[in-house]
Design a binder for this molecule. Structure first.
Ligand code: ADP
Ligand code: MG
Length: 263
């Protein structure tokens, strides 16, 4: 399909009509999304909405059945290695080697990206930035869940991505660690112009995002600022709006095509 010509360079990420099925399961049914530099976008959807599938397309693990993806204005599907150099990912499932030290995990990632000495020299400052100064030599197995996620965050930033993908990164963390991780990432958007796609099924994590993109059964239900999404649904809170959009009314089978509600 034709890639959009206008407005792409203003976007760190531009997805158009992405489609992906696993056999009979239509995980994404024509998803379009743009993220501007420095924007924190919450991808809010219940389990099974298609969030991780979108992340798998954006991290090059799967190729979409249809659609187009641009990263920093470049055709991602045509030149995935160029795009991947601009993307940092924290996957839903933890991926640290728990028997390696914090620095060992970081060095392995630096080598994978071919970062050389300059990359290795970024390890200590990045660990300090995420609050892990003094933990460089600790074996990851000995860290708390929150600190393990911070190592994954620092690792995802090592090659200086323009776009950070965080897939349900706070699952299993206590409320303090959850809040700290979000604050850290929002600071990176504000101070360094990092663009973030933050997948979550937790409405309170979406409440403070710049924009919220509600995904349900592989389709966009609505998108806008948290206030816009709330107002457009006629509700007084984002939580109510999300439930109204995604929970089938009593007596319904829960099937059918979700209603489009552009903001
Ligand atoms: N590897 C896979 N094989 C088959 N079905 C899958 C696979 N991964 C995901 N799915 C299905 O695709 C849909 C979307 O899943 P997923 O992208 O993991 O959603 P989310 O991350 O929002 O929970 C679900 O119906 C899920 O069961
Ligand atoms: Mg998921």
């Amino acid at each position: 399909m034709t890639l959009p010509a206008a407005n792409t360079l203003a976007s760190t990420l531009d997805v158009r009509d992405a489609v992906k099925s696993y056999g009979e399961v239509k995980a994404l049914q024509g998803v379009s999304m743009s993220i501007a530099p420095g924007q924190f976008m919450a991808l809010l959807g219940p389990n099974g909405a298609g969030k991780s599938t979108l992340f798998q397309l954006l991290s090059g693990l799967f190729v979409p059945d249809g659609g187009a993806i641009r990263v920093c204005g470049e055709d991602f599907l045509g030149k995935p290695t160029v795009g991947l150099a601009k993307i940092g990912v924290v996957f839903q499932q933890p991926t640290l080697d728990l028997d390696l030290s914090v620095t060992g995990n970081m060095r392995f990632h630096a080598a994978l990206h071919g970062l050389g000495r300059a990359g290795r020299e970024r390890i200590a400052p990045l660990l300090a930035q995420v609050g892990l100064a003094g933990s460089e030599d600790k074996v990851c197995r000995t860290l708390s869940g929150g600190n393990r996620r911070k190592v994954e965050l620092a690792r995802a930033l090592l090659h200086k991505p323009a776009l950070l993908l965080m897939d349900e990164a706070t699952v299993g963390l206590d409320p303090q660690s959850r809040t700290a991780l979000m604050a850290l990432v929002k600071g990176l958007c504000r101070d360094q112009g990092l663009s973030v796609l933050w997948a979550t099924h937790l409405v309170n994590e979406a409440e403070t995002a710049d924009r919220v993109y509600v995904l349900h059964r592989g389709r966009k239900l609505t998108e806008g600022t948290p206030a816009e999404v709330t107002a457009a649904s006629g509700c007084s809170t984002l939580e109510e709006a999300f439930l109204k959009m995604t929970v089938p009314p009593p007596g319904s089978t829960g099937g059918g095509k979700p209603e489009e509600k552009p903001v």
